[in-house]
Design a protein around this ligand. Structure first.
Ligand SMILES: Cc1ncc(COP(=O)(O)O)c(C=O)c1O
Length: 510
């Protein structure tokens, strides 16, 4: 069955507001009932990778189990009994001193980490390719980012992690920073040399915070990169829902050592917590931890094996390329998460966006994300041989297509437009802090006229969720050009007041 990707375009105004319509629910129902095969978060993959007892429980009780805090189920805001026990078990499993359950994703975890450690005006060293939630936290905290560039991969055309040398230089040049934050692993699975980075940052007597949203499984398999807790990071966030069986939005913060004020962290976490937490989500965190702690090695063996098989098969297809362990050793890639299945058909003239659309519309397969060049599928503890075979067969099929099937090769368009090597634009210069620019008086101008102005909003291709412009950045013509190419190629952009991005908010000239 080919699923409609659009709903409700051709209906009359009267019908549009017919209160019997349920457009969102209908779209969800279509999605699930289409029999789609998924390679995206949540990593339990429609329940297949959740612990069998939890899966059966949810199936049996459904909405009956949708309860919030009641007597006997503890208080996630002030855990004292069963939530505390579950968090303590999670801390033990991850080698942390203390673990906190989150029900608003690692986004709230990044908010909480930054707001715990930084006051207005405090400086933090932070790579440019951090998730947009860290920018939100910088706006809320009033902290001052000292941006450092991640390593750029000219072959894949993606940013990897930040290097030890880059951070050392930043620490030496900015002795007054309050903390350092890194992203490891990246969306595409590149992990930094976390052990050396932790030792380096601690040698300057500063705390190191790690956005490890994509690494909740690292602690449970020796072939995966070292986990942040094992490396000794002071605080990290894990999206349990992304890869190890938690329900959407279920995440954890782990804390180690004495550099973090846990009282302040708990107060901040409470600020971002709903007062009606979903007990199902909390239970999914408990069950995901149990599943990983008792069975993780075996489950991850299988996922790693399946992903490696898929990489090898894709690499046999002329014109396709899947990046794997050979990336280790490139700048910014100290380790690689072998469960990430990256692939590209750029040599056949396809953008990643096109391939994602084709896989969805023609093969009923939904991958995690695409960018201008690459696609990313997650192979998790919820997949079996058949799922992975389906994806590989579809990729092989697409590579063998007659190109006339595709109306326009956006990537070829991109090649033709550019008189310089095909690569992403340089990161912009920071002129104001994110908070200063966000609260400053702004004006809305034509984006084509915005080169040289200071951005007052966050422009984020989503996924991967890394802002290409943050409040306070000086807009460049290269970035404006790149945004227009991305839009033409079909990117989904979040954050701009004008969703068409014909205009942009900039700080008002005074
Ligand atoms: C690197 C990174 N950090 C944080 C987040 C936010 O995680 P969540 O979706 O759990 O809020 C994401 C989301 O994709 C991410 O990619």
């Amino acid at each position: 069955m080919i699923i409609p990707l659009t709903h409700g375009e051709n209906i009359s105004e009267e019908e549009k507001y017919n209160q019997e319509r349920t457009p969102y629910f209908d779209a969800l129902k279509d999605y699930i009932e289409s029999g789609i095969t998924t390679y995206h978060v949540p990593g339990h993959i429609q329940g297949k990778g959740a612990h069998p007892e939890f899966r059966d429980f949810v199936k049996k009780y459904g909405l009956e189990a949708d309860v919030s805090q009641v007597l006997g189920l503890d208080d996630i805001h002030q855990p004292g009994t069963v939530v505390k026990e579950a968090q303590d078990l999670a801390a033990k499993a991850y080698g942390a001193d203390k673990t906190y359950f989150l029900i608003n994703g690692s986004s709230s975890g990044n908010h909480a980490m930054i707001l715990t450690v930084l006051n207005p005006g405090d400086k933090i060293i932070i790579p440019r390719n951090m998730h947009r939630s860290t920018t939100g936290a910088l706006i809320m905290s009033g902290a001052v980012p000292i941006y450092v560039d991640p390593a750029y991969d000219y072959d894949m055309q993606v940013d990897h992690a930040v290097t030890v040398d880059t951070l050392r230089e930043a620490l030496e040049n900015n002795p007054d920073v309050k903390a350092v934050m890194v992203l490891s692993p990246t969306y595409y699975g590149a992990a930094c040399n976390l052990k050396e980075i932790v030792d380096l940052v601690h040698s300057f007597d500063k705390p190191i915070l790690v956005d490890e949203a994509w690494g909740p499984h690292f602690h449970f398999h020796p072939s995966l990169p070292m986990s942040a807790t094992e490396a000794g990071a002071d605080m990290c966030v894990n999206s349990t829902h992304k890869l190890v069986g938690g329900m959407c939005q279920a995440s954890m913060i782990h804390v180690k050592g004495e550099r973090i004020d846990k009282g302040r962290l708990e107060a901040v976490i409470r600020m971002f917590l709903s007062t009606s937490p979903s007990c199902l989500m909390v239970a999914s965190l408990d069950m995901a931890r149990m599943n990983m702690a008792t069975n993780g090695r075996q489950l991850l063996d299988k996922a790693l094996e399946l992903a490696e098989w898929a990489r090898n098969e894709i690499n046999k297809v002329p014109g396709l390329k899947s990046y794997g362990y050979e990336m280790v050793g490139r700048s910014g890639v100290h380790g690689f998460d072998g469960t990430k299945l990256n692939f590209t058909a750029k040599d056949l003239g396809y953008t990643g966006y096109e391939v994602e659309q084709i896989l969805r519309k023609q093969y009923n397969l939904q991958i995690e994300m695409s960018d201008l060049f690459n696609c990313l599928a997650l192979i998790t503890v919820g997949h079996d041989e058949k799922d992975v075979q389906l994806l590989v067969d579809a990729c092989r099929d697409v590579a063998n297509w007659d190109r006339a099937h595709v109306t326009l090769s956006q990537l070829q368009l991109f090649y033709r437009r550019k008189d310089r090597p095909m690569e992403l634009p340089d990161w912009p210069r920071q002129v104001m802090t994110p908070r200063e620019a966000f609260v400053a008086e702004h004006e809305t101008i034509d984006i084509k006229e915005s080169g040289g102005r200071i951005c007052a909003e966050m422009i984020t291709p989503y996924p991967p969720g890394i802002p290409i412009l943050r409040p306070g950045d000086e807009i460049t013509d290269d970035i404006v050009d790149h945004i227009s190419v991305e839009i033409e190629a079909g990117v989904h952009i979040q954050g701009a007041a004008d969703s068409t991005l014909k205009t942009i908010r900039v700080v008002k000239n005074i």
